[in-house]
Design a protein around this ligand. Structure first.
Ligand SMILES: [Zn+2]
Length: 480
């Protein structure tokens, strides 16, 4: 065991799923031509004043509730003053003094152990624009472009307490956070599209001490797996420095995905943003009734859904945890269950074949062609004995890729299983006649000899005989 322990806090930025920006009517649609979704407000032109998007406040409140936070009934916006080319106003509108939500938590599970990660605050802020450099960064580029389409997009920043102790816990926390926000319908939470971004504050200290070590901030991680790897690397790096008698320097470091290391970006300054109350926007006053209305509009969240799958459908807790880890999987499960009422069998196929293929092809569930109706139909074919479990896997893979009907695939591939005793009787009689030694062995008590005979029937039918039926028929015929 290491003499050191890691102390990690995460700052997560999540884009709220509104149609328009935080303070103007510009569209939030992703992937449009640069600078086509802009107006005087989000370009920060002098004299322009925005109006707060009510939907953004509602979604931020929803997010706070989905993260078990208290909601501030009287909050306001502040100006965070700094200069950067992607921030034309020279300040970002954020919530510095009074966040909309605070004191929340998420319970995570790592290696079968449950742990509570506390959430300090959730505040609303506007996104700056996006810089695109001709070189690797702003300092070594001949020129840079600015796209203000992102300027003024509504974000929430979710700040955790430094309760996280490993890269694995960080990943589990992010997965839980993503699932809760996705279920609540607050955000698309897509890291690839930038609607979820995460920075990690990492420090280490000797086990048994309580003073915090010097922390570094890690940026540029573009997947949950990358967050885990970056933290694991950074913790080791800091421990090595301390072991060598050195000191950790407070700095911002970037994750280099290809090399698998964190690299120096800049020294960590503690800039004074001169935050003050935004004078052009009125404070946000929320009534308790309105907050309760928002609470009532939140659908069942992952933990509750997991409990329901265990209590109502008898699924093992582990299965329920995997299935409810994403809204898409949970809905796929529920829809299949409506057509085929065997929860455990469905869960086996989802956790086995479906997740295996999604991982192998690095796909999201909505990109796969298989439907809940299709899976239910396939499971019925297997249950009837029309095809074997093994054939079912083959059919499943075709459905996954091409979305065809299982009956059609079975016909096209000639996969049907022979369960008809009439069709099998002749072949079984031949196998018995040709293998007197095995028959004798079986009849003299070597019951395992039947395996060979079943194998011969399978061979004669090119694997299409139903082994269960063959087994039963052989036993009947050999019982003398
Ligand atoms: Zn605008």
């Amino acid at each position: 065991m290491s003499k050191y322990e890691a102390v990690i806090g995460l700052e997560v930025h999540v884009e709220l799923k509104t149609d328009t920006k935080l303070f103007c009517g510009c569209s939030t649609e992703f992937g449009k031509e640069p600078n086509t979704q802009v107006c005087p407000v989000c370009l920060g032109l002098p004299g322009s004043t925005g109006i707060l998007n009510k939907k953004a406040v509602e979604l931020a409140t929803k997010a706070g509730l989905a993260l078990n936070c208290a909601i501030g009934t009287y909050t306001w916006f502040d100006r965070k003053n700094y200069y950067y080319p992607d921030l034309p106003k020279g300040y970002q509108i954020s919530q510095f003094f009074r966040p909309i939500a605070y004191q929340g938590y998420l319970d995570i599970e790592v290696n079968g152990q449950s742990k509570r990660i506390n959430i300090t605050r959730v505040h609303i802020e506007e996104d700056p624009g996006k810089l695109v450099h001709s070189g690797g960064s702003i300092t070594n580029s001949h020129y840079s472009f600015v796209d203000y389409n992102r300027s003024g997009m509504p974000l929430i920043e979710i700040v955790s307490e430094p309760d996280i102790s490993s890269g694995e816990e960080a990943k589990a926390y992010l997965e839980k956070l993503k699932a809760n926000l996705e279920y609540a319908g607050v955000s698309d939470v897509k890291m690839e599209q930038g609607s979820l971004r995460c920075d990690a504050n990492v420090s280490v200290r000797p086990v048994g001490t309580t003073t915090l070590g010097v922390k570094t901030e890690i940026k540029n991680m573009n997947s949950f797996r990358a967050v885990q790897r970056a933290i694991e690397y950074e913790v080791e790096r800091q421990i090595d420095i301390l072991e060598d008698g050195g000191r950790v320097i407070p700095e911002t470091r970037g994750w280099d995905e290809n090399k698998g290391i964190t690299v120096f970006m800049r020294n960590k300054e503690n800039p004074d943003y001169r935050c003050f109350i935004e004078p052009e926007l009125t404070p946000i006053q929320l009534t308790e009734e309105w907050i309760e209305e928002v609470r009532a509009s939140i659908p069942e969240l992952p933990d509750a859904r997991r409990k329901r799958l265990v209590e109502e459908h008898g699924l093992p807790d582990y299965d329920a945890g995997v299935i409810t880890s994403s809204l898409a999987l949970a809905e796929f499960f529920d829809a299949t269950l409506k057509k085929y009422p065997d929860a455990k069998t469905i869960s086996n196929w989802i956790m086995g074949e479906l997740l295996r293929l999604l991982n192998a092809h690095n796909m999201e569930l909505n990109e796969a062609k298989i439907t809940p109706d299709g899976l239910a139909a396939l499971l019925k074919l297997i249950e009837k004995g029309s095809i074997s479990n093994k054939m079912g896997k083959e059919v499943f893979e075709i459905m996954f890729k091409e979305g065809k009907d299982p009956d059609q695939i079975v016909k096209e591939k000639g996969l049907s299983q022979i369960s008809d005793e009439g069709q099998l009787a002749q072949i079984i009689a031949e196998v018995i006649a040709k293998n007197p030694k095995s028959v004798q062995d079986y009849q003299s008590g070597k019951k395992q000899a039947i395996g060979f005979l079943v194998g011969q029937v399978m061979k004669a039918t090119k694997g299409q005989a139903n082994p269960g039926v063959v087994n039963t028929m052989l036993q009947e015929r050999l019982a003398k």
